[in-house]
Design a protein around this ligand. Structure first.
Ligand SMILES: O=C(O)CCC(=O)C(=O)O
Ligand SMILES: [Fe+2]
Length: 468
């Protein structure tokens, strides 16, 4: 439409004075009137209109910026930290387009429209003999476009005048505020551009299982295919440190979709609490958790992946999909005679039906290919992991008793139906990690966590950088 308006305005039979631009904002009229008065050397009218245009322009830009806030569709389902980061960056980028959007005067683009107000003003004030206002307008213009040769020459001209003092060249307040905001936003965008560059590198195919790991039980001993147990994947200290994260920060909502009940393994006799990698990352970012804890989670889960890759001889990249630190606590009064499971027999990537068929579709996490659970403690009763051949739980193939450093690994399909027996006393904690071959479902927060650790990023550092 802007182009059309421009085309019509070029036609000889069109008198632009008769054309009313209903989309034009106030500052457009004020600016055009002001500039016309300037051309006619009517300095008072020029100054009044251009000063008013300035106020109106800043108001229009504020309005345009405000419209950038509001709902935002990220196009996928990121976790908390990337969701906030995406929205923030989107809003900021949108706000930065306002200058361009407002630079059209009836179809004609004026790149430095805001700054040009000060150019007209400096000369009009000079003509009115107001040297103080003229010099302030020069300084304001130069604050926005510091290397403009013509304006620098103007400054030198004014500086040569006997009545002009150095402090005349202080930029006007509204320009200082505008320029400060501009610089600040530029710096944030630059920071985002430089700091948040993620190489979407494929995970390495891991080579050898660390010798200190002790393969406890093999596939055949566990009564089925594609499953194993390994001891020593975490030391007592590691378990203690991961338990510290759980005890300090776990939460009944984190990682559980309480709206979609089928996604939650609750039994009413136990309390389920979790901490996702996303939240551990966020807690580290705001310095509520020391980076060493996040590093520990990243390192140990990498070891877990390495064992899966090695044991199952996985040749394609295996991506992390979801990391969840989970504790189940027996509720007082429900410690005896329970016949239910803490987590009923299920498959990790399909919906197990009564007839033992398993559908690979939502609400199942159908993209999960492998599962690994690392146990962190043993000071509780019940809570055994079990492989079973059907959903009744009557045909148990093997039972695994949790203990610190023990990991159970298995392929996530219906060949590995499993569950957890009732926790009848105490709190049972485990670090559960699911993996996928589909990069679309990889855990994006992990990239952020790794980047944060590698570059020693934290909110406080980021904040201090900006205020200093
Ligand atoms: O905690 C466990 O032992 C297993 C949990 C489990 O199977 C699951 O979360 O899908
Ligand atoms: Fe499971």
């Amino acid at each position: 439409m802007t182009k059309n308006l421009q085309q019509y305005s070029d036609l000889p039979e069109v008198n632009m004075k008769e054309v009313v631009n209903f989309e034009a904002q106030n500052y457009v009229y004020l600016y055009v009137y002001g500039v016309n008065a300037y051309m006619r050397k009517e300095w008072d009218t020029a100054i009044n209109n251009i000063e008013e245009s300035l106020v109106s322009y800043l108001h229009a830009e504020d309005k345009c910026r405000a419209q950038c806030e509001g709902p935002f569709d990220p196009g996928w389902h990121p976790d908390f930290v990337p969701a906030i980061a995406n929205h923030f960056t989107y809003v900021l980028r949108c706000k930065r387009t306002c200058k361009k959007k407002l630079s059209s005067l009836n179809g004609e683009i004026h790149e430095d429209l805001f700054a040009s107000h000060y150019d007209y003003l400096q000369y009009a004030y000079f003509k009115k003999g107001n040297l103080y206002a003229a010099c302030k307008a020069v300084a304001s213009y130069l604050l926005l476009i510091p290397d403009d040769e013509t304006m620098l020459a103007n400054m030198r001209f004014y500086q040569g005048m006997p009545k002009v003092q150095d402090d005349f060249f202080t930029p006007r307040d509204e320009t200082v505020r505008y320029a400060q905001r501009d610089t600040y936003e530029e710096r944030i965008l630059e920071y985002i551009k430089n700091e948040f560059k993620f190489n979407q590198t494929k995970p390495d195919i891991e080579k050898k299982i660390n010798k200190s790991f002790h393969l406890t039980t093999n596939t055949t001993d566990l009564g089925g295919q594609h499953r194993f147990i390994l001891d020593g994947i975490a030391s007592l200290d590691d378990c203690k440190n991961i338990m510290y994260i759980a005890n300090s920060f776990m939460n009944v909502n984190d990682g559980y979709d309480l709206i979609n009940e089928t996604a939650s393994p609750h039994t009413k006799y136990e309390k389920f609490e979790g901490v996702t990698l996303s939240r551990i990352t966020f807690l580290t970012y705001i310095s509520l958790l020391q980076p060493k804890y996040l590093t520990l989670i990243l390192d140990i889960t990498k070891e877990m992946r390495k064992t899966l890759v090695e044991k199952f001889n996985i040749k394609r990249p295996l991506y992390f999909s979801f990391t969840h630190l989970v504790c189940r606590t027996a509720l007082p009064g429900y410690t005896k005679n329970r016949t239910d499971f803490s987590h009923k027999i299920h498959s990790d990537n399909c919906n197990l039906l009564q007839d033992n068929t398993c559908e690979k579709k939502p609400p199942a996490f159908f993209w999960r290919d492998y599962s690994a659970i690392l146990y962190l403690n043993q000071d509780f009763e019940g809570g055994n992991f079990m492989f079973a051949s059907d959903l009744t739980g009557n045909t148990i193939q093997s039972i695994i008793t949790p203990q610190c450093g023990r990991m159970v690994g298995f392929s996530a399909g219906k060949e590995n139906l499993h569950g957890v027996s009732a926790v009848t006393k105490g709190k049972r904690c485990a670090l559960a990690v699911w993996f996928t071959m589909n990069p679309q479902y990889q855990e994006f927060d992990r990239e952020i966590a790794q980047h944060m650790i590698k570059n020693d990023i934290s909110f406080h550092r980021y904040f201090n950088d900006f205020i200093n």
